[in-house]
Ligand binder design. Sequence first.
Ligand code: C2O
Ligand code: CU
Length: 474
Amino acid sequence: MSNNVVLSRRALLGGIAVSLGSAAIDQTAVAKTPTDHRLVAEPGQLGIAQTPQGDLKLPVWGYSGKVPGPLLRFQQGDSANIFLLNRLSEATSIHWHGLRLPNNMDGVPGLTQSDVAPGSEFKYVLPFKDAGTYWYHTHSRAWNQQDRGLYGVIVVDEKEPPKVDRDIILVIDDWLIDRQGKFDERRLGNMHDWAHAGRLGNLVTVNSEFRPNILIGRGERVRLRLVNVANSNIFGLKFEGHDPWIIAEDGDPVSPRKADGGVVILGPGQRADVVIDGNAKSDLHKIVARSMTGQSVLASLKYVAARNPLKGLAGTQVTKLAANPRPILDLTNARRLTLNMEGGAMGGLRQAKLNGKMRSWMELASKSRVWAFNGIAGDMAEPMATLKRGETVILKIQNNTGWPHAMHLHGMHFQEIKRNGSSVGNRSWRDSVLLNRRETVEVAFVAEEAGKWMLHCHMIEHQAGGMMTWLDIK
Ligand code: C2O
Ligand code: CU
């Protein structure tokens, strides 16, 4: 066993890639991750079977031989030391998306830590304050690194486990395959993509498989943890024959409710935990995804015999998960901030500041900055605002562009309180919010933890193209 590891390391150093496998999707019986755990960022080959382009071997970058990377599973209240070892040829980092943690563990090179150079290691000390479904991914040239597979899932178990028979993770990604049937490397960084919807793939996978059968037991109640790790695509998921209950969004419990029209919508970076019962008539049901590139079958739910004696949950009321600790929003005395999202194709952005200087659209485009926040095209030298620790903030986000965006705040969760001027009823605590073109949302949060916290569009090409800033909490 250990011999193998040594061999593959040596092989890697010699430039021969290891073969990357995909992660197990059924995590019902998966053990907790040890408190000390190493993730090795490394190149490899990922096999995807029986796609329209034939069997594909994608040249990917993954963590410890896997895409998605190893599942990190802990219990609420645990903490862990995760060592990132960089075996790539460029600098990297890991951001723990959705976790509330000390700022110096947030994984943003240049802002909260320095680059993890090739060959070096970085120790992340992580607390798991909230139960739920989270994920981790590179925060270094993510438009390249994340697209190649540097991401994985974090499950933080509730102290009191919810009543389900099975617990399944579905990680959704899209890959761009070129006309030769190869991973489209040349189009990474393509400015047309950056100024439009971002890099959208033409092959959608679930846990790195093309149209897998997701096995569930007849009569079982199943928790599905849906994670959208695509660079920029939005997915609307429909589960034929089933009417999913949403029980958590971005990791945080919500009062169980049926998905609107049976469709669960996930912007890049977003998660949803849903409950379905295996009591439909037939044994095979498609999961259909509508995305920005059209509609396709994502996977199938396939009924098998129940694995354990049924708990008799199917068809009963879905109960709410225990709430995570959340601060109290003092909306009446809240500090107000406004963020105007600007630019992109047909956005009419004439000029914006870059490196402190006003620049024309042409000049910005030549520097790959085609989006802006409040007239600034992604300068990271200054924060958007300086906040006092503990204060409540209402952040108004105006999407003045012709494209949808998924805005993500690091280190804190917010409540969406208004959309297009109307008060929002279901206020869940999220870390990412989806805005359609020309929409305005107001989100409220408490500036909980001191530090430099990024605020950016999670459509990675938009982020890299200028849709990024940060909040300084003192
Ligand atoms: Cu999941 Cu700054 O990102
Ligand atoms: Cu965007």
